[in-house]
Ligand binder design. Structure first.
Ligand code: NAG
Ligand code: NAG
Ligand code: NAG
Ligand code: NAG
Ligand code: NAG
Length: 741
């Protein structure tokens, strides 16, 4: 009991009172024992069935005494009503129908019998909502709560404490069997009904959810419709939210989230704002707002006008209504509201709306002069760019021309024309008078030319042509080369031996070959100066290269001063003979032995008796035309020698054929010589000049002599005459070639 009292502090007072009562009862027992010894075994049950000790007691004012009970059985106590005739039940016991005290039944409490308060020794019931939890409860203090009830204690005006049970209100509970009041549910929780008897009856109300034993309001965008123990509220459909936290109905999901609008035909369906629109409020809107200025959004579901941007390649110009593509020459890479970025001075883009710096191009014929910032400029003097536009980021600079090549502005000593661009190496040209013949340009060597300002090799003047110096620029500067002349067909030809040419000059390009002075010649063809006329020409010789006289010859090439060579003894030549073949024997046989004369009387006898001396006699005589020698007697060595001399008044010209007509020995006679050919060639008949007559003889193999009268031509020959020989005389001065040079 003491332990129970200590557990329930509220009942201390009450317990103290009971303890006091028990101690006092015990003392009563001790006093009763001393009293018992005076009475001698009276039958106490006559007084009360449960009186265990009794005694006689004098009735005041009389001498009579009566039996009174002094001690009751265990579990009973003597009623203090001044009569001492009744044993009541002790606290915790109640009297049954047989007048026996039984332990107080569970649920009730028993104060014990009392003359005034409980004369019937009945059980007492606990207040509503309370009950005792064991049999034999002795006081109301032992009434504990029923489940779902709380216990309250109130001090009445008499100072007594009275207990009461109260139904646990909504949002409270009590498991029962205790002395406590109703326990509050966790913060934010409640119960479905009153009289809840378990903590588990505490749940989150509609609009809330449970988080570690605490009820919390559904966050915005969620709701719950009933008591629940869920750890989460039900989310609104995607894109939809509530006006506040703590929503209790699905219908509270009525506001489109930023970036959404609500389907006008299905309010539970939120749709992301289409591209280029936005929605910046949580509101029951059924459409999004188009971006200003035709700005665009990068994605659907834009949540505010700040997401309305100019896409790459576009900008909003100051004061413009709508965005426009970046102008050519500028670009913009990102989504933003910045202006387009200029590529840089001189740079271009292929079109408007470029989205990257990579789109910045260096125009054809331009080169980058600075990479950061990017600046391009036309390629100037002696540099070139490209024929196509190139990406500027690749650092497209102008390229220098190769060595000794120049651009037109340099070549023409002027500034570049505004519409003139150098777009490839082809713009690099050679100077006038230079050419690309070799790996590196070089000055055109002598004999070549190039007008320059091009990329050509030097042109060759052509065979027989040259230039007077290196570095010539035009074909008109080609002159005939030394040792050559411009021939009749306007094609240069080398100068023959015996002539020379100093070549053309730019003033007089057409050279001619100049013959060496008469009698002089050169060693070779293509001689280039008069100095090379240092040898005698064929047919010339001696100190001053005079013409070789009769009987001599020179084949040419002899040093000045060397005399002409003499023909062999017994032979002679025309003047200026050039070879030994032109030396003819001074006496030449008649082919058929004898040239007869028309007038045989013209022969003059000569004393010579041999053929040899006869011939020597004729040879010695400048006027001797021919001789005839007749052998009179065979073996005797003597014969008749006759000579024919020139006529003093010739009527005929007679030409003896030398060789096959190489020359003729010509004499003046007044008669024919030899026998006329039969038949006479037609050529002879038509020959009306000595030259024609001579040609007719040359043509006729049989002809040995032509006879020309000035009007008629006769061709004759020698005749057979066994015992005679006849030879004609060749004298240099009488050769046809000397007579008709
Ligand atoms: C005492 O009295 C009761 C009835 O009055 C009787 O039944 C009982 O036997 C008596 N006891 C004794 C010891 O005499
Ligand atoms: C307890 O709830 C019942 C039923 O809802 C009601 O009739 C009664 O009045 C309530 N009691 C208290 C004390 O609120
Ligand atoms: C309304 O939209 C929701 C969400 O898209 C969908 O689940 C539902 O079926 C729609 N209701 C009707 C009637 O179309
Ligand atoms: C601006 O753009 C909007 C939307 O594309 C268009 O309707 C409007 O005509 C444009 N205004 C001008 C001035 O171009
Ligand atoms: C050189 O010859 C050409 C061709 O015959 C001719 O046309 C030209 O006039 C000549 N030049 C001179 C300077 O004589």
């Amino acid at each position: 009991m003491a332990r129970k009292c200590m557990a329930a502090a509220a009942l201390v007072l009450l317990c103290a009172a009971s303890a006091q009562a028990a101690r006092w009862s015990l003392e009563t027992d001790e006093q009763g024992r001393s009293l018992l010894q005076e009475a001698k075994s009276p039958n106490c049950t006559r007084i009360d069935a449960h009186c265990s000790k009794c005694r006689n007691q004098r009735i005041p004012g009389t001498r009579r005494s009566e039996l009174v009970c002094s001690t009751c059985d265990s579990g009973y106590r003597l009623r203090r009503d001044g009569i001492s005739k009744t044993c009541d039940c002790a606290p915790g016991l109640a009297m049954d129908a047989n007048k026996n005290c039984q332990p107080c039944s569970k649920g009730n409490f028993c104060l014990g019998g009392d003359a005034t308060v409980n004369p019937t020794n009945a059980e007492s019931t606990c207040p509503d909502g309370l009950e005792t939890t064991f049999a034999g409860a002795k006081s109301q203090a032992q009434c504990f709560t029923k489940p779902g009830y709380g216990r309250t204690a109130a001090k009445g005006s008499d100072g007594k404490v009275s207990l009461a049970g109260v139904v646990c209100d909504i949002a409270t509970y009590n498991v029962g069997s205790n002395t406590a009041g109703c326990q509050k549910c966790g913060a934010g929780l409640t119960t479905a009904t009153n009289r809840s008897d378990s903590a588990s009856d505490c749940q989150a109300p509609a609009g809330s959810y449970m988080d570690k034993g605490i009820g919390k309001l559904c966050q915005k965008g969620t709701y719950s419709t009933a008591l629940n123990t869920n750890a989460n509220c039900i989310p609104c459909p995607d894109g939809i939210t509530t006006a506040a936290e703590g929503s209790t109905t699905a219908a509270a999901c009525s506001l489109a989230l930023k970036g959404y609008y609500i389907d006008s035909v299905n309010s539970t369906n939120a749709i992301k704002c289409p591209l280029d629109t936005y929605q910046d409020q949580e509101a029951a809107v059924t459409s999004c707002t188009p971006c200003d200025h035709a700005w665009k959004t990068k994605e659907t579901g834009a949540t505010g006008p700040a997401l309305c941007l100019a896409p790459p390649g576009f900008e909003l110009k100051d004061g413009a209504t709508n965005i426009t593509a970046c102008a050519a020459g500028s670009y913009k890479a990102d989504w933003n509201r910045n202006p387009c970025v200029e590529c840089g001075t001189g740079l271009i883009t292929k079109e408007a709306g470029s989205v990257s710096k990579d789109a910045c191009l260096v125009p054809a014929g331009y080169g980058l002069t600075s990479l950061s910032p990017m600046v391009a400029a036309p390629c100037e003097r002696n540099t070139y760019g490209d024929s196509v536009d190139r990406a500027a980021v690749a650092n497209a600079r102008c390229t220098a021309c190769p060595a000794d090549m120049f651009t037109m502005d340099t070549l023409e000593t002027r500034t570049r024309n505004s519409n003139e661009y150098y777009t490839s190496e082809a713009a690099c040209l050679v100077k006038p008078g230079w050419g690309t013949t070799a790996t590196l340009p070089q000055e055109c060597p002598v004999g070549t030319y190039n007008e320059g300002k091009n990329r050509l090799p030097c042109h060759h003047c052509g065979t027989g042509w040259t230039t007077v110096a290196a570095g010539k620029t035009a074909e008109s500067q080609c002159v005939v080369q030394a040792g050559w002349k411009l021939a009749a067909d306007n094609i240069p030809a080398p100068c023959d031996k015996g002539s020379y040419s100093t070549g053309g000059t730019e003033v007089a390009p057409n050279a001619t070959c100049t013959p060496c002075a008469t009698g002089y010649s050169t060693q070779e063809d293509e001689s280039v100066s008069n100095e090379e006329c240092a040898v005698c020409a064929p047919g010339f010789g001696g100190a001053n290269c005079g013409q070789c006289t009769w009987g001599t010859f020179a084949s040419g090439g002899a040093k000045v001063g060397d005399a002409c060579a003499a023909c062999a003894s017994g032979s002679t030549s025309k003047k200026g003979a050039t070879q030994s073949q032109q030396c003819y024997s001074t006496l030449i046989d008649a082919r058929n032995d004898v040239f007869n004369l028309a007038n045989e009387g013209a022969w003059a006898d000569n004393a010579a008796t041999t053929g040899t001396t006869c011939g020597a006699a004729c040879d010695a005589l400048d006027t001797c035309v021919m001789y005839k020698f007749v052998v009179n007697e065979a073996g005797q060595g003597s014969g008749k020698c006759s000579l024919l001399s020139e006529a003093s008044t010739p009527s005929h010209t007679v030409g003896f054929k030398i060789g096959n007509g190489d020359d003729y020995s010509v004499w003046g006679l007044n008669q024919a010589v030899g026998a006329a050919l039969d038949p006479m060639p037609a050529a002879a008949g038509s020959a009306n000049t000595e030259a024609l007559c001579k040609e007719a003889c040359t043509s006729a193999a049989e002809c040995e002599v032509y006879v020309f009268t000035g009007t008629t031509c006769t061709l004759t020959k020698s005749e057979l005459e066994q015992d005679s020989i006849s030879m004609f005389h060749v004298v240099g001065a009488k050769l046809y070639s000397d007579l008709h040079p």
